[in-house]
Design a protein around this ligand. Sequence first.
Ligand SMILES: NC(=O)c1ccc[n+]([C@@H]2O[C@H](COP(=O)([O-])OP(=O)(O)OC[C@H]3O[C@@H](n4cnc5c(N)ncnc54)[C@H](OP(=O)(O)O)[C@@H]3O)[C@@H](O)[C@H]2O)c1
Ligand SMILES: CC(C)CCC[C@@H](C)[C@H]1CC[C@H]2C3=C(CC[C@]12C)[C@@]1(C)CC[C@H](O)C(C)(C)[C@@H]1CC3
Length: 614
Amino acid sequence: MPSRKFADGEVVRGRWPGSSLYYEVEILSHDSTSQLYTVKYKDGTELELKENDIKPLTSFRQRKGGSTSSSPSRRRGSRSRSRSRSPGRPPKSARRSASASHQADIKEARREVEVKLTPLILKPFGNSISRYNGEPEHIERNDAPHKNTQEKFSLSQESSYIATQYSLRPRREEVKLKEIDSKEEKYVAKELAVRTFEVTPIRAKDLEFGGVPGVFLIMFGLPVFLFLLLLMCKQKDPSLLNFPPPLPALYELWETRVFGVYLLWFLIQVLFYLLPIGKVVEGTPLIDGRRLKYRLNGFYAFILTSAVIGTSLFQGVEFHYVYSHFLQFALAATVFCVVLSVYLYMRSLKAPRNDLSPASSGNAVYDFFIGRELNPRIGTFDLKYFCELRPGLIGWVVINLVMLLAEMKIQDRAVPSLAMILVNSFQLLYVVDALWNEEALLTTMDIIHDGFGFMLAFGDLVWVPFIYSFQAFYLVSHPNEVSWPMASLIIVLKLCGYVIFRGANSQKNAFRKNPSDPKLAHLKTIHTSTGKNLLVSGWWGFVRHPNYLGDLIMALAWSLPCFNHILPYFYIIYFTMLLVHREARDEYHCKKKYGVAWEKYCQRVPYRIFPYIY
Ligand SMILES: NC(=O)c1ccc[n+]([C@@H]2O[C@H](COP(=O)([O-])OP(=O)(O)OC[C@H]3O[C@@H](n4cnc5c(N)ncnc54)[C@H](OP(=O)(O)O)[C@@H]3O)[C@@H](O)[C@H]2O)c1
Ligand SMILES: CC(C)CCC[C@@H](C)[C@H]1CC[C@H]2C3=C(CC[C@]12C)[C@@]1(C)CC[C@H](O)C(C)(C)[C@@H]1CC3
């Protein structure tokens, strides 16, 4: 095991990211895998630093006149003064006269502002951006001239990343100290304001999902709805005339053994997640500039799970148990999710402000639902990221397989029905695609915006495995013969949906990763004042959410093999509602983020999801 230089609890100096300034920090922990130290600054900020960015206190104490301030924020004043006293600096009048030195001053001021960062609670779509978005925008091709336009705003990609993470609003006294004339001051302020987020304490704001009453209803309504749906599906004739289905007593639904099997499943997935295989990538920058590290091994977890399931089948493990105790499994997952949500809420009460989700509101009920903490982690174990793709999504494929085997057993078939094969293979493709493109998850609303609370815990661990497998569950007790011509049409529909879904997601991901990617040079873009551009041709010029369109077409193809009843269409109805609502949430955020540029985009691309319809 590699040795570490600094011990937990030791007080040292840590470099402030993006600057050459060192502040007093306390070592909180050390991760031997990533070789990063978690340190705490005096103002409470916790960051991960490399060993090279940490120095013992003694190496600073001998420096005469060094600042004693111990947090980036408290250091501001002294640093400004010491810089202005620098013997190498020409008198201010001389600096004022030459435009070249004006430019140098601007650069210096910018650098000064950049390094004097205070991690703050940010309101990500704050007024300053909206105000600045009053600027005229223009549409251009995504090629070299576009790059120049971006460079006009002169911050390098790296520094612009830092800039977007901090309040870079120059303090008045600092600007005075720099003695930049008003024109230049405006220029600097204008540049900085573009990337400035308004600093606000978390306060009451517009709540989504119908506010507190809405989330209260969802939290109680969805589990009830889930059980009613599963009970309905178990009936021979699941028509609405037979509603409500016979309700079992609650004690009949609870089985400790089932809960044990569920926990075992969860722990196996934890184990696979922790395996040191797969690339480690950085997530999008957080409000305090940190970028969390994520290991991309979802696809490996899937392969390993398949090996375990295959071996168990070979060993004669009775998978029918999952089908015959399906409701008990759904209850076990729901109980687990409630316990997890309570844990998440409790631990979030101790979380530093910087770690809270921008969606949290300060209202306990709402925050319990939406999640208070953005990225709850136990060491390097990221709870939200893990739950989003592993136990539920892989669990969905396993449940589908269980249903396929159950269909063969119950209907006494030598081979599964064509409908079951279609449903299984379509959904397998969807899950494998998500795991293969795992990195894309890091830029979704769920990871960047929503906290980890009941909504995602229930969505990931209960809703996805038990509702998304509904078509397969339905087919076990309600056989439906699909002809080959019909199957061919459904396959074509599924492939069309997949091409749109994958094409749109890959195009956007590639553009966000490298806006000057030569492969995207033919696409038109709208320049926005945040520095990020919007695609306005290609898939994203067709409708504003082409990926949702593709997803919905695929969802239709999943339901069609069960076309003899309305019940399996519940999925497409629910999914349309989910994506229409999600699209509205995303529009709201994008409008705040991009202002006039977004409105221009909406004019250019008038339809949200369905061309000429919506
Ligand atoms: N199966 C399910 O239950 C389910 C549920 C939800 C979502 N999904 C799928 O998950 C995938 C991800 O969905 P998502 O909801 O996270 O949203 P998304 O559509 O992938 O991302 C929206 C973001 O894309 C960027 N964007 C929007 N328009 C753009 C344009 N013209 N050019 C460049 N960037 C643009 C904006 O972010 P920035 O500008 O900040 O980059 C916007 O916030 C989708 O394929 C969706 O279908 C599936
Ligand atoms: C109120 C609740 C019922 C809402 C529950 C919503 C969740 C079921 C979804 C929210 C985000 C979704 C999502 C996927 C699955 C469903 C959600 C968790 C996803 C993992 C499906 C595969 C995709 O490829 C994806 C990885 C992009 C996607 C991410 C978002």
